[in-house]
Design a binder for this molecule. Sequence first.
Ligand code: HEM
Ligand code: HEM
Length: 213
Amino acid sequence: MTTLRVWDLPTRLFHWGLAISIAGSIITIKTGNTQWHFRFGYVILTLLLFRLVWGFVGPRYARFSSFPPRLAAAWRHLIGRGEPTVGHSPLGALSVYALLAACAFQAVSGLFANDGILWDGPLRKWISGSTSDAITGLHLANRFVLIGLIVLHVVAIIWYRLGRRQNLITPMFTGDTQQAPADAQPARDDIGMRLRAALVLALSAAAISWLVR
Ligand code: HEM
Ligand code: HEM
């Protein structure tokens, strides 16, 4: 076992930015600050668009091709019969796709939602009132799916730490795992990659601000 760069800086910033923004959007709507709820939502949409593109042009362990959804392999991993992996395990991969999909559904449905009094999502004007009400219902219902997945995510990571003696949290901060097989390849995390990420992020932010204006 050796030390290896597994999560590039952009992927780590994406992760913690997403976690903070999801918390922010929930806290602000609960405290009645709809304007900031919307703003956090736009940040989340920008981050998700970034991650979508980064899944194709980012370094090896951030690429979707390095963690395809595979049910049988995920099951083997769950019962402790999986091969050791670097990056997302087959089980982790399923949770990543579920989390990304639930976040995306929440944020996109919000664009068409209304609060019945003052606030309309920026794309509400393109659809009828009854369609917007139905989408608002989905926005309100999906929050339970999203929060459930986040709780499961955190519980799973604690389970890896305590039950499987695998520390996944430190690599999400430092980028490095201490538990990689000796022959594994590191993720590219140099200045060129980071500039590429900055460009993808800037284009994502421009696309989302154009969409919601
Ligand atoms: C709102 C809260 C959160 C959301 C929406 C979220 C979402 C995600 C997503 C989408 C990924 C995949 C990263 C990628 O490849 O782009 C991920 C991975 C990860 N998250 Fe979170 N996360 C949240 C909170 C947390 C917290 C509180 C922790 C720490 C306990 C955490 C620890 C991790 C770790 C360690 C990974 C990497 C898992 C692996 O090695 O496969 N997350 N998370
Ligand atoms: C992933 C990001 C988002 C999360 C986690 C989220 C979460 C929530 C939650 C939990 C509520 C219910 C508050 C309550 O009554 O208890 C809510 C309501 C609402 N959200 Fe979001 N939301 C997100 C994104 C957005 C976006 C991008 C918009 C629009 C730009 C939006 C517009 C609304 C509106 C209009 C309501 C009020 C619905 C009503 O009270 O009938 N949301 N959201």
